[in-house]
Ligand binder design. Structure first.
Ligand SMILES: [Zn+2]
Length: 375
């Protein structure tokens, strides 16, 4: 069992955070490490990361694998190969930089450890709006909840906005215009033929590559059967998109939350509530007289997810709490649920919280209302 002491500079998570920032910095600055590059020309954060990485390799009895080239190679190797003691934190194939040069899911998912400044910043408009809705809920809870749900549904269903949709959203009296402007802040770039392609899984703008497309999450390749599912729309000047942080951390899980709520309504006529109590949890539903509270998590790395979990807040009250994970995450990584439970803190596990796949949660609901199990 790993003992996590955050002040320890050799602590796997500490080294991982620093190297994760270095990976992001490398890609953002396009300063890829080339053979023969002088380390003096590299940014300080990268030098620190390389130093920590080299120390780890020396401790592991691999002192030869040091220097910028080895470091850049390491960023593209599964994290577990340089942090064997922290293996179950990650998906087996998790790398900081993917083969295609995209940042790995590990980098974004470290956000949930509160360390990823870039992602925290891109989520700032949502966090600020959430705070203002919670404040408003003290005097007018219905209006505050309605405004928050309107915003979350818009984020989840419109990864890209045409100029027309953008102006419509600015007119919405429930959401302040500056929140809309800051949330859809990314400019969209047209492909050479004047179109843009949207991912069939997450709805984000795809980046064309030599042999197909690239999306921000590796799971989109699987969910679209290697981008066989995508839509094309004409580019219009002024089109706006969600930032990657909002797309990955808010919109992507939001799709599962909305789908599960729809399933509960359509299959059983239940009345689920999305983001009740201005986002106390993702979904609340009374099933057979039992009040179920659900948080839906769509993460690649189960250990990092486990470490990030917090106990559910108690209001609106519930009888049972669930963390629910899309089935394909577990199929890709058979040890997923075990790692998730292992890294969840005792205060999270204290109140009988259950960890289920979406299909298991649906079966539980069917059992309770006397239906037939999901295939
Ligand atoms: Zn996608």
């Amino acid at each position: 069992m790993i003992s996590f002491a955050p002040e320890d500079t050799q602590h796997p998570l500490h080294v991982l955070r620093i190297t994760s920032h270095a990976a992001r910095g490398l890609l953002q600055s396009q300063q890829l490490v080339r053979p023969g590059a002088k380390s003096a020309a590299l940014p300080p954060a990268l030098l620190t990361a390389m130093h920590l990485y080299s120390k780890r390799l020396a401790l592991m009895g691999r002192p030869d694998e040091v220097g910028p080239e080895a470091f850049y190679r390491a960023l593209r190797q599964p994290c577990a190969s340089w942090f064997p003691e922290a293996e179950s934190l990650f998906a087996p194939d998790a790398c900081l930089v993917e083969e295609d040069g995209r940042l790995g899911d590990v980098v974004t998912e470290l956000n949930f450890q509160g360390s990823d400044i870039d992602v925290t910043l891109t989520e700032a408009p949502m966090k600020e709006f959430l705070d203002s809705c919670r404040e408003k809920a003290k005097t007018d809870p219905k209006a505050a909840q309605a405004a928050y749900v309107a915003y979350r549904e818009l984020v989840t269903t419109r990864q890209v906005m045409t100029l027309h949709q953008f102006y419509d959203a600015l007119e919405d009296p429930a959401i302040p215009p500056e929140v809309i402007q800051r949330t859809w802040s990314e400019e969209v770039v047209a492909e050479p033929d004047g179109m843009i392609s949207l991912c069939g899984a997450c709805g984000c703008v795809l980046t064309p590559t030599r042999d197909g497309f690239r999306c921000h999450s590796a799971i989109c390749v699987i969910r679209t059967d290697n981008f066989k599912r995508f839509t094309r729309i004409p580019y219009q000047p002024g089109m706006r998109a969600l930032s990657v942080g909002m797309a990955k951390c808010v919109a992507a899980p939001g799709k599962h939350e909305i789908a599960l709520a729809r399933w509960l309504r359509q299959e059983f006529g239940l009345q689920p509530v999305l983001w009740p109590g201005v986002d106390t949890y993702d979904l609340g539903a009374a099933v057979g007289g039992i009040r179920m509270a659900v948080d839906l998590k769509d993460h690649a790395n189960p250990g990092l997810l486990g470490l990030s979990l917090r106990p559910f807040r108690p209001v609106p009250p519930f009888d049972e709490a669930y963390i629910v994970v899309p089935d394909d995450r577990v199929q890709r990584h058979p040890g997923y649920m075990r790692s998730l439970t292992r890294f969840a803190k005792p205060e999270v596990l204290a109140n009988g919280i259950r960890f289920l796949k979406v299909s298991e949660f649906k079966n539980l609901v069917r059992d309770r209302v006397g239906g037939i199990p999901v295939a």
